[in-house]
Design a protein around this ligand. Structure first.
Ligand code: ASP
Length: 293
């Protein structure tokens, strides 16, 4: 029986060296929220949900509170959760402001009628399931506003924000789960959907192999089907080898930048990236939490 474990990330990118420890600490807090769920006898799915929601609540990261903005200054959120036992999936895309998109994605999973809702339909599903919509500015931080202003003024590159969040876990039953949540990319066109809510691209979990949450340039990640590719590679090698090979393919085959976290169905974990940074934290039951960037 594997020792329950949770691994989280706070997005691939190039975080300023002075701020890297802050990102690692945010990840460590989220991993501990996930570990608490596992310690209470929760499933892998409960753990990734708790960790991802904690990261959405932390304004440091590009998900939930602190999400990056579209070219029109609005918030459009993407999130997905997948349970590897029965391949249950729930996702939302282009969701208007709600505090915890990952909880809405999980309600989509539990509801079971559809797997992915977008935009106003996603908002309606959320309201109908008891989630309270927020005002247009409720999740917007000064940092997100400044970032958009710099991009629109041509002082920074359009696109990739960094700070997307995700979690993977394996519980004592050998069940795995993955969750990922993001505001997407800075100054994205309204209606743009990234890899995060797409099964196999940003998020994947299958008890027959493992679970993966990816981050980086969504357009490249979805072309490769990165999260599923990494899990499939577990059939041919260790978690470390699978993670490294999947990221190598992301760069070589589609010119993508990004990172991923991976756990196999025996609880072995791996982190890989071809970017400058990707904050992460690992919490295994009975062991001290590790974190890094
Ligand atoms: N993958 C996310 C997206 O393209 C961005 C990120 O990971 O930072 O929406």
């Amino acid at each position: 029986m594997p020792t329950p474990v949770i691994l989280v990330h706070g997005g691939a990118g190039a975080v300023d060296p002075a701020r890297r420890p802050l990102h690692a600490e945010g990840c460590a807090r989220a991993a501990e929220a996930g570990r608490a769920a596992l310690a209470a006898g929760g499933r892998a799915r409960d753990a990734v949900l708790a960790a991802c929601a904690a990261l959405e609540d932390d304004p440091l990261f590009n998900a939930g509170h602190g999400a990056c903005l579209t070219a029109e200054g609005t918030v459009e959120l993407d999130a997905a959760i997948m349970d590897g036992e029965r391949l249950e999936l729930g996702a939302v895309a282009c969701l208007p402001p709600f505090a915890n998109p990952i909880r809405i994605a999980d309600a989509v999973r539990a509801d079971g009628v559809h797997t992915l809702y977008a935009a106003q339909g996603a908002a309606r599903f959320a309201r109908d399931h008891g989630f309270a919509p927020l005002g247009p500015d409720a999740l917007v931080t000064d940092a997100a506003r400044e970032r958009l202003a710099r991009v629109l003024a041509g002082a920074a590159d359009r696109g990739w924000a960094g700070g997307t969040v995700g979690a993977v876990a394996c519980d004592a039953g050998g069940h795995v789960a993955a969750a990922t949540s993001t505001g997407g990319t800075v100054a994205k066109r309204p209606g743009r959907v990234g890899d995060t809510p797409l099964a196999g691209a940003g998020t994947w979990a299958d008890d027959l192999s493992g679970a993966c949450s990816a981050t980086g340039v969504g357009e490249a990640i979805m072309r490769l089907g990165l999260a599923r590719r990494a899990c499939d590679l577990l059939h041919a090698g260790s978690a470390d080898e699978a993670a490294r090979r999947a990221i190598e393919e992301l760069g070589r085959r589609v010119g993508g930048s990004g990172g991923l976290i991976l756990v196999d169905n025996g609880g072995r974990t791996a982190v890989a990236r071809n970017t400058e940074t990707m904050s992460w934290a690992l919490a295994r039951l009975g062991e001290p939490t590790e974190s890094g960037f």
